[in-house]
Design a protein around this ligand. Sequence first.
Ligand SMILES: *Cc1c(COP(=O)(O)O)cnc(C)c1O
Length: 451
Amino acid sequence: MTSTASAPTTIGGPGLPQERRLVTAVPGPRSQELLARKAAAVPAGVGVAVPIAVVAAGGGVVVDADGNSLIDLGSGIAVTSVGNAHPGVAAAVTAQVQAFTHTCFTIAAYDGYVEVAEALNRLTPGDHEKRTALFNSGAEAVENAVKIARKHTGRQAVVVFDHAYHGRTNLTMALTAKTMPYKSGFGPFAPEVYRVPTSYPFHDGLTGAEAAQRAVTQIEQQIGAENTAALLIEPIQGEGGFVVPAEGFLPALADWAHANGIVFIADEVQTGFARTGAMFASEHEGVVPDIVTTAKGIAGGLPLSAVTGRAEIMDSPHAGGLGGTYGGNPIACAAALAAIDAFEHDGLVDRAREIERILLDALHTAQRQDPRIGDVRGRGAMIAMELVDPATGDPDRGLTGRVVRYAFEHGVIALTAGTSGNVVRFLPPLAIDDALLAEGVGVVLEGLASA
Ligand SMILES: *Cc1c(COP(=O)(O)O)cnc(C)c1O
C-alpha cells in the first residue's frame, strides 16, 4: 500500500482553522502520489481540475493530504453552500445511517422523502398546489422534468438556449450547448431538442424584451408553439459563464410559454438554495416557473435532486412512470432537511447578498484599472469576471487559465466557466468568512495583475 491514506484522518467542518496555509508547493508529494494512482486507475475522461488529495474541508477551506489549507471559491461547483461537513448535516446523516440506509421509496415509503417534498413545495416560487419527485443528480432531474412536460402536453419539442448547461447524460448532452468537453464524439444525441438565442447583455446589447422576441420568433418560425412541450432555461447560466439575462427576458418568456400551453422549466440546479441571494433565482424577477429542477446545494454535498412543479403537470405521468432505485435516498433526504434548515434559519440568503457586495466591490475596483476585465456580473455568491483582449474584445481563454493556475499555486481554488472558457467564476461556500473571502479574491486579482 502507498502512504496516501484512503480514509480521512482529519475532522473537517467549520472547526478547521480558517486560513490559507501552504506548507509545500502544490500539488505536494502526497497529492501527486494520489494523482499518479488516479491516472492508473481512473479513466482520463474523468478529469481533475484542482490536483490535490483532499482529507478535510469546512467553512471556507479545503485541506489536502500534505497539510495545505486552500481557500475554497468553488464549493465543489455550488454544492457545499451550507459549508463542507456542516455539523447539522453530519449529525442528520449519522442518525439516519444508523436507523436505515435504503428501502427504495417506490417499494416502501419513509418520512424524510415526503418532508423534503413538502419543504420544496413550500419554498419554490408560487403558492399554487405543487408536487415534488426526488432523484440523484441534476441531469436526472432535468431528464424527468422533460418526461413530465412531454406527458402533460402530449408534445415533443424541447427548447433550450445558447450557452446552456443541463448535464452529461444522453438527453441532457443534447440539451447542453457546448461541444467540448461535454458532447464531442458522444453522439448521436436525443431528437426534438431545439436551441435558440438567449439574452447575453455583454455581447448582444439587447433589452430583455428584444432578446425574448428574438427567441420567440425563432421558435414560432422553426418549431411551432403547438409542437413545443417545454422551454427549459437556467435563470442565471452556470457553466455558460454566469450570464444574467437582461431584465424582462425571463418574465417575457414565461408569459409567452404560459399563453401557449408550454411548460416553463427553470433549471435551478446551480442557482437554487440561497446561492444568488434569493432562495431561488427565478424570484429576482418574480418569475413563477411551472417546474423547477434543483440539485447541487440541496443536501450539503450528498447526492440528491428534485423536480418540483404544478400539481396538475406533475400528476400527469401514470403510476410507476417516475422513479429509480436510489432517488430520494433516506440519507440524502436527512442531509437535505438539515441543509434546508440552515438555508431558512441561519440567514444564508442574506449571507449570499453580503458575499455579493464583497466580490462586486473587489472586482469593480479592479475592472476600473484593468481593461482585460470586460464584464463583471452575477448575483449573490455566484459572481464572475469575463476576461477579454482589450484591443479586440475577443475572449482570452489563455489568460483565464493562467489566472486560475496562479490562484491554485497560491492556495486559492477558483474555477473557470463560459462557452469560450474566458470566465473566472466565484462560487464560495456561504459559510466562508469575510476575511478569507477578501483574501481569496485578492489572490485571484493578484494573479490577473501578474499574468
Ligand atoms: C450541474 C448542473 C446540471 C447537472 O447536474 P449533475 O448533478 O452534474 O447531473 C444541470 N443543470 C445545471 C444548471 C447545472 O449547473
